[in-house]
Design a protein around this ligand. Sequence first.
Ligand SMILES: Cc1cc2nc3c(=O)[nH]c(=O)nc-3n(C[C@H](O)[C@H](O)[C@H](O)COP(=O)(O)OP(=O)(O)OC[C@H]3O[C@@H](n4cnc5c(N)ncnc54)[C@H](O)[C@@H]3O)c2cc1C
Length: 412
Amino acid sequence: MKKIAIIGGGASGLMAALTLKKELKSNIDVEIYERNNKIGKKILMSGNGKGNISNFFVSEKNYNNPIFVKPIIDNFKVDSLIKEFFEYGLSLVKDDTGRMYPQSDSSNSILDTLRMQLDNYKVKINNDMYIDSFEFKDNVFWIDNKKYDYLVLAVGSVASNKETKNKIQDSVEKLGHSFTKFYPSLSQILTNYTNIRSLSGIRVKALAKIAIDGKVIKEEYGEVLFKDNALSGIVVLNLSAVLARRSQEKTINDAEVILDLLPNLSAQEVFDILLYNIKSNPWKTIDQLLLGQFNKMISQSILKDSGITDFKARVDSLRADDIKMIVKTIKNWRFKVGISKDLNNCQVISGGVDINDIESPSLESKKVKNLYFCGEFLNIDGECGGFNLHFAFASGYNVAQSIVKKINNDEK
Ligand SMILES: Cc1cc2nc3c(=O)[nH]c(=O)nc-3n(C[C@H](O)[C@H](O)[C@H](O)COP(=O)(O)OP(=O)(O)OC[C@H]3O[C@@H](n4cnc5c(N)ncnc54)[C@H](O)[C@@H]3O)c2cc1C
């Protein structure tokens, strides 16, 4: 009987284990090693505890390495995920942006469902076992003096893990694999913008853009949340992914987040609206001018950044050039940002095992036969919205299918 070790009891490892057992039943022995006292910690954290398991619109375009990801997702599209989990007894629903959640609105349902199946298939789970190394000798893998025919590395990333490197990385490197640099992705974006503290806690709807070395690379509309020293919110998390991926490619000298607070209006239309307000209410003070559009603190920051100093002057004292500056700030509010190295304060890591040494979609190593990789340990990162868990499940599924094929072929 073939023996398979899976290091890592997260989304990808659990899906690999279940798919192997489902396909090959008692003909294989599957054992999971998990460093924590419980499996699936990050599944529980997903979607703020609601379990954002996938996205109805998932495609390779949501990932950093689309060509590598495409065949993996093609073998496990969103309907495969829905069907797989439905078979396990979990009903999923989608929200109006396509994010998929359990019907219960709780990530516990995902993990409970997986746990019940693991029990049913009698998958052996070794909790509290940090595997810091393994050996490949005589065509088999050795973990803790136990030998395995196949090894699946599903250890995830160091995001939110309080470490900067997984100890097992050394064993992987010894076998000839390399790792790309790690950058935090899906994280808040740090800024040294002077008035940021006064805005902390405020949310605005905006078209948010990231400009790197003077060029806008990505833009997305949604809610931006101001924090003490950072910008946050889902759109900002997605912009942070671009920043992380670009940092891998080259040194970034200058990066900015630019907010268009009124993206549905042209600059001329915003100018006309402000002028109309001024003409209709000439008695207003300048600090009252924008209160019909924005929160008070946001209004004040816009005025300051537009070079207005006398907030108590009447609005009809503003010159056309002053109004143009205010419009410019509203349409192009700029925040210089820093490249964060904080790997523990993000949802995923951009960077990981170099995919050039891995087959897709089998996810088998090109260096060592019967060694497989899945999930976030690979240099694959997705956008915010269920894409990372989807890749974890899809890659675990693909690994299992490819091992099943090999075992079945061996038996013929
Ligand atoms: C706060 C937060 C919120 C998130 N929200 C979402 C979301 O809403 N939607 C989404 O799609 N994604 C979300 N993600 C990302 C998603 O959780 C991960 O991309 C996904 O869990 C990766 O799956 P994985 O199997 O590769 O790794 P993991 O789920 O991290 O599993 C790896 C497992 O391996 C274990 N392990 C690691 N090293 C060893 C070792 N040496 N020996 C033994 N065991 C080891 C770990 O303890 C862990 O249990 C979020 C992540 C975080 C941190």
